[in-house]
Design a protein around this ligand. Sequence first.
Ligand code: HEC
Ligand code: HEC
Length: 439
Amino acid sequence: MPRLRRALPALMVATLVGGAADKPAAIDVEHWRQAFARPDHTPAPAANPTTPEKVRLGAALFDDTRLSGSGEIACSTCHQAELSFSDGVDRHPGLDGAPLERRTPPLWNMAWGLSWFWDGRADSLEAQAAIPIEDKREMGGDLERATKAIAADPLMQKSFAAAFPEDPAVTRDNLMKALAAFERTLVSPQTRFDRWVKGDDRALDKDEFAGLALFVGKAGCVACHQGWRFTDEAFHDIGLRSQDKGRGPVLGVKAADHAFKTPSLRERVWSAPYMHDGSLATFEDVVDHYAKGIVKRPTLSADLPRAIELSETERAQLVAFLNTLSSDDPPRPTSLPPKTIAWGATAQAVATTTVSQKDRRFSPGAILLKVGEALRILNDDTRTHNVRVDGANMSFNSDGQNPGDTVTLGFDQPGHYDIICGIHPEMRLSVDVASAAAR
Ligand code: HEC
Ligand code: HEC
């Protein structure tokens, strides 16, 4: 469960910091509050303004496997919403089965980017989108063929016409524009750290605040991880072991070898493992790298502190601070359509009963069904839930079930089933399924 992953580092801080009270260094609070303040609107290029119709189309295309050569891969295969639009592995397997060169980066806050890819080789989101589609190892597609396949779909013709009233056609350009417009809506939500930025001193606890003081002070992180997104959009060699040359070959400049784009640190709790090669599994590993893992070579960034002394306590405090830049549950952008999961014998269900999850309770809390009927569980709450069924005849786990999402379960065996939310286990639903003969 995601919750457990988050609870672990927090617990470690508690035990480590228990006795040794390293006093946080004094920082200029007002200065940093201004430096980390969020902008109040999302930018878009004049040539591709963001409209609801375009975003809806882009969201559909992001999930459309017709863009790939095999018809089986979509952008969302690698960029998964609940993993901050990354994929949880160090390097995703390519179509040939061997790992891709680099890790799938998360896609939050792309609208503010200056260049895209780890080495910055794409100079707009519109230009970026064509590359994975035609990459032989990523989607193995052909844009011309994909555009034709989509143009043959009457529903898509309608969506393109609505999204591009001035140029109502299914073209390669419009396809890229819609994908980019959707990506610009992926703005990471405010977290506890933003409450601190807005003036709430109590939003960060003592260790988290000490971590912030280290981040902007002695640990030197803010030299590169700047502003509300925590990136300077520049390229640096931070001394990882990887042999990947990164930015150097893109520019034809040897001094830029091993340099990669500074990643944002927003919603990174959900996007492990870290770095362009996915070589560091946890925030603890990342902090250890900066403290003592740097490979010395001439291309190391001038902004990288060469030898920082960080005690165990201070490392744990830095990690505690990094955690405050992520939400408590993986956020799901409102521009994504709700998820609908169907499990078991739902296709031939003769009747469907809906249960609500508002205010952290299943209501009704107990229901009676007959074999051949289905149960639809609608998250009409404001929180992320989870649906788990443990029964002799059925074992099911929905993963994160966000507001608006539905899980439909079909029952083809009589019996008793207990359904709970793994995130709020006090939520219980008891289901009794009578045999069809009882009809
Ligand atoms: C097979 C997995 C895979 C698929 C499918 C895929 N991507 Fe990616 N994506 C990656 C990897 C790996 C990178 C990093 C490559 C690099 O930097 O060289 C990346 C990079 C990106 C970036 C740059 C992010 C940044 O921080 O600069 C964007 C934007 C992006 N992908 C969008 C898309 C879109 C849109 C699609 C569908 C058209 C898509 N991706 C399909 C794996 C994938
Ligand atoms: C010299 C600039 C620089 C400094 C200083 C710096 N970083 Fe980074 N950081 C980067 C770059 C560049 C990457 C990506 C490197 C790569 O993949 O090759 C990165 C990656 C990361 C990541 C992984 C993000 C992801 O999604 O993969 C974390 C977490 C991180 N840094 C935290 C920190 C912390 C904490 C500090 C201070 C101890 C720090 N950084 C100092 C430039 C810097």
